[in-house]
Design a protein around this ligand. Structure first.
Ligand SMILES: [Zn+2]
Length: 264
């Protein structure tokens, strides 16, 4: 629907909205309000963001600190590396407050006695779903720091940062969250029983939040090969850093190490 897409205006301030392919939830660059498109009428969505504590200098310092050493890192990592790019991207997440009770029955075989077990385990989660398709962002490794949550405000964004809209809406995100929570609960059952005979998770999604989180993406080159570091721009923590293998043994398996975080 390219024609429709180009003519879209922000329902709040009337400003023109620029959409990327696949964008469904769009934030207005003028007033900062967020709306869902591809419905009869765009409607406004509650929207938050995480306040950034790192500017470019701060993010550079964190990246250099990470290069400076640590478990399994080559001893010359900092000295032989060059940071080639550093950018701040606001990434869309849906965060669901989820209550789940998993009832199960099964058999514990690890003791050698085939002991029958059953139970009902309640848990609650803040479960996050990245609002982009085909992304290789390490969502499960990222502990979204909700303590830094503030109402969305374009004035509070990192200068020069880029911004990603969401490619699916909160209904689809909620479906994904349920599926993922259920799969996660199944995984946890492996601690309780070795053979699951019956299991059922009662899942209730209590609250939904759509928010943008600032993430710094650093690329660096070490001995001619590209790597990346992902930094949580709100907490200042490293989300993930690629650790080069010991020098001398760089093989073809690294050929895609420099691919884009977002699969672009
Ligand atoms: Zn607007």
């Amino acid at each position: 629907m390219p024609d429709l897409v180009e003519s879209l205006k922000c329902p709040q301030c009337g400003g023109p909205l620029t959409l990327g392919p696949g964008d469904v939830i769009v934030t207005c660059p003028y007033c900062g309000s967020t709306s869902r498109i591809r419905s009869e009428n765009p409607f406004l969505l509650r929207h938050g963001m995480l306040a950034a504590r790192l500017d470019t200098a701060g993010a550079t310092a964190v990246a250099e600190g990470w290069l400076d050493g640590g478990f399994l890192k080559p001893s010359d990592l900092r000295r032989a590396s060059r940071i080639t790019s550093l950018e701040c991207v606001y990434i869309p997440f849906y965060v669901f407050e989820v209550d789940v009770t998993t009832s199960y029955s099964g058999v514990l075989t690890r003791t050698g006695s085939n002991e029958r077990r059953s139970g009902s385990v309640p848990r609650d989660y803040f479960w996050k779903v990245l609002g982009r398709r085909g992304s290789d962002f390490p969502t499960r490794e990222y502990k979204i720091p909700l303590a830094y949550k503030v109402p969305f405000d374009t004035a509070g964004m990192v200068r020069g940062s880029s911004f990603l809209n969401a490619e699916f809406d909160e209904d689809e995100a909620a479906r994904l969250a349920r599926e993922e929570v259920e799969a996660h609960e199944r995984e946890l059952l492996k601690d309780a029983v070795d053979e699951v005979e019956d299991a059922h998770s009662e899942i209730s999604v209590k609250d939904t939040e759509f928010l943008h989180a600032p993430v710094w993406l650093a690329a660096f080159v070490y001995r001619g090969r590209p790597y990346r570091i992902i930094i949580d721009g709100a907490s200042g923590e490293i989300v993930r850093g690629d650790i080069p293998p010991p020098t001398g043994g760089v093989g073809e398996f690294l050929k895609d190490a420099g691919r884009s975080v977002f699969g672009r």
